[in-house]
Design a protein around this ligand. Sequence first.
Ligand code: ZN
Ligand code: FE
Length: 267
Amino acid sequence: MSEIDDPNDAAGFAVIPVPAFNDNYIWLLHRDACAVVVDPGDAAPVEAALTEHGLRLTAILVTHHHADHQGGVAALAERWQAAVYGPAAESITALTHPLRGGEEVNLPALAARFAVLAVPGHTRAHLAYLSGRRLFCGDTLFGAGCGRLFEGTPAQMFDSLAKITALPDDCAIYCAHEYTEMNLRFATAVEPANAAIRARIDGARALRAEGLPTIPSTLALEKATNPFLRCREPAVIAAARAHGCASDDPVAVFATIRSWRNDFRAD
Ligand code: ZN
Ligand code: FE
């Protein structure tokens, strides 16, 4: 597990990707020996990374209630007496700091502040955490994709993604799953003529061939290649209309391509 250097944040904290399950990333943030973990779905790989890097855990940030994001919270919170931040309106284990979005979380262990964004859609009270030019967004925005709408409406998810696209273009997107290559196959089906998608496929393939994450991406790259952020593009509107969308309204376009994605199987 190697560290990701962020030139935008030289004075801040380092970020280590901790792979878990089939395709999850648990993000381990640290400054000197103090660590904070985002979405620990499993405690064991987090403990291994803490040991490997000589870190002690001080806080846990949870984006939403799904087990692959909080399954390790109970064990980690107990062992480290760590504070647990997460959505007040979802069932989060050992939650000590309930959040609704709009707050600022100060984590002295990282010498960092995190703005809390309410990004409902995947779940009803999903949160994202923004520090400097880094966004930890759970299952809201993925590399070239977005989360399924388990609990929210298309309009809610569209608004949540709009909140994210209002951030600076060089914002690094730390999502919670390695779905980029599969998502790019769908993006190609939506926009076959988009050269930025083709270039990203080559880049993602090269990274995965070396066993490296395609994450973090940047907001600029997502804006150029992610169909769910491109619902006002004529090519995306045309593709949605070919899949039953009856209007050019961006929320209707979003709803159509999101349900098209649910049934999409690429070979
Ligand atoms: Zn989830
Ligand atoms: Fe997940």
